[in-house]
Design a protein around this ligand. Structure first.
Ligand SMILES: [Ca+2]
Ligand SMILES: [Ca+2]
Length: 403
């Protein structure tokens, strides 16, 4: 109880607006929205009753505000650039309810630099069983504070080397047709993909996270099968590239479709170089067999530092730089029944890590904790860095840091 209070307290004290706090080179590449051309209001009693009506008259740079409520069977092709589409007054629910646009899904985004905030999407289905709640065709997409559930795909993006995709503070649950070809999220061959502060769980047979991006930043998320999830991989990066997997809690359940948790280059390496950096994650394998990490044998570099690997199974299939990981030993989790992998006092993970270094100007040391659900907290190293996704903070040192 005391520990829970302490964590709540520190969460409140150190919760951060992450755009300002988290050093991530992708931030430099993402568009910062200018002031909108105009604001279009959508909802009952507003100028436009549905998102599709707003899409008919919007121009580049508009802000579209959708009032909370249920929008059923309304599908949209967004053609404008630099749109911000935001749920207001609560989170509007976009339910496909059997409808689709262009045979592809619920919202088809053809414009560039689109931001979508605070919207719930469900029920995307199409005849070829590859329907997406959001199908991105332009370059540049930001999704934050959204919820995708019970779609064939949550988010599906096309390949575009000019595109950077950011998903943050969002939940993906039970997406997938169930045939293994559809996923909670499926990012195509874009320049970069960042997923952070998100809760991605229980994909139906497909992968929880799948990305073919050149550079992937998978940072501070909760990615899990939990009790009954049937996902294949927790994280699938089938084309290699450069991947930073840092600060995540990743769990494999007993009903997983595939006994591997993180897979890199399984369909062949498409980029140069190909490098995988797995730092300060907590991996829990409730299947008790299989493998935590697969990396294609020709990958240039595989660095695995400061991770907890608990539950049994092989750590990695090939030669890798393995340093200060906690393997097999019980880490003394705070509340593993609720998949909360914060550490308890006297955990063998405390102060047992090492400096993971940097790659170019990107620091591998974790800068944040994922706080459930879908919050971020700044991570500060106390004495030596701990192993796993969470730095242990006693009440005494949280008080010291307040002064
Ligand atoms: Ca798996
Ligand atoms: Ca420490």
């Amino acid at each position: 109880m005391m520990k829970n209070l302490m964590i709540l307290l520190t969460t409140i004290l150190f919760s951060v607006s992450c755009n300002s706090q988290i050093d991530n080179p992708v931030n430099q590449m993402l568009k910062v929205p200018d002031s909108p051309q105009s604001t279009i209001m959508v909802g009952p009693g507003k100028d436009y009753l549905t998102p599709s009506a707003a899409a008919q008259i919007a121009v580049d740079g508009d802000l579209i505000q959708i009032a909370a409520g249920v929008y059923s069977g309304d599908v949209v092709v967004w053609r404008q650039n630099n749109l911000t589409i935001r749920g207001v007054g609560g989170r509007p629910q976009i339910r496909a309810n059997g409808a689709n646009a262009e045979g592809k899904g619920t919202w088809i985004i053809k414009g560039a630099n689109t931001t979508i905030e605070n919207i719930e999407f469900s029920g995307a289905t199409v005849p070829d069983q590859n329907g997406a709640a959001i199908r991105q065709e332009g370059a540049g997409l930001i999704i934050r504070h959204c919820f995708f559930h019970d779609n064939e795909n949550g988010v599906l993006t096309g390949g575009n080397p000019a595109s950077n995709v950011l998903i943050e503070y969002s939940e993906f649950y039970r997406n997938g047709f169930g045939d293994g070809y559809t996923h909670n999220m499926y990012i195509g061959e874009v320049n970069s993909f960042t997923l952070r502060f998100s809760y991605v769980h229980q994909a139906k047979t497909g992968h929880n996270v799948k990305s073919r991006a050149r550079v992937n930043y998978i940072l501070y998320n909760r990615i899990m099968d939990e009790q009954d999830g049937t996902s294949s991989y927790d994280i699938d990066l089938p084309n290699g590239g450069t991947a930073f997997v840092i600060g995540n809690s990743i769990q494999q359940g007993t009903k997983t479709d595939n006994p591997t948790m993180l897979s890199f280059g399984a369909e062949g390496l498409h980029y140069s170089p190909n490098a995988l950096y797995v730092v300060n994650n907590t991996f829990v394998n409730d299947l008790h067999s299989g493998r935590f990490i697969f990396a294609q044998p020709n990958t240039n570099e595989v660095k695995v530092v400061n991770n907890i690997f608990y539950g049994g199974g092989d750590v990695v299939n090939r030669q890798a730089e393995l340093k200060t990981n906690l393997i097999g030993t019980y880490p003394k989790f705070l509340n593993p029944g609720e998949y909360d992998y914060h550490l308890k006092a006297k955990s063998p993970a405390i102060d047992a890590g090492s400096n993971p270094g940097s790659v170019g100007n990107f620091h591998l040391t974790p800068a944040a904790h994922y706080i459930h659900p879908m919050k971020a907290q700044k991570r500060i190293t106390i004495r030596k860095i701990d192993i796993g996704a969470y730095e242990f903070m006693s009440v005494r040192n949280s008080v010291a840091r307040m002064k």
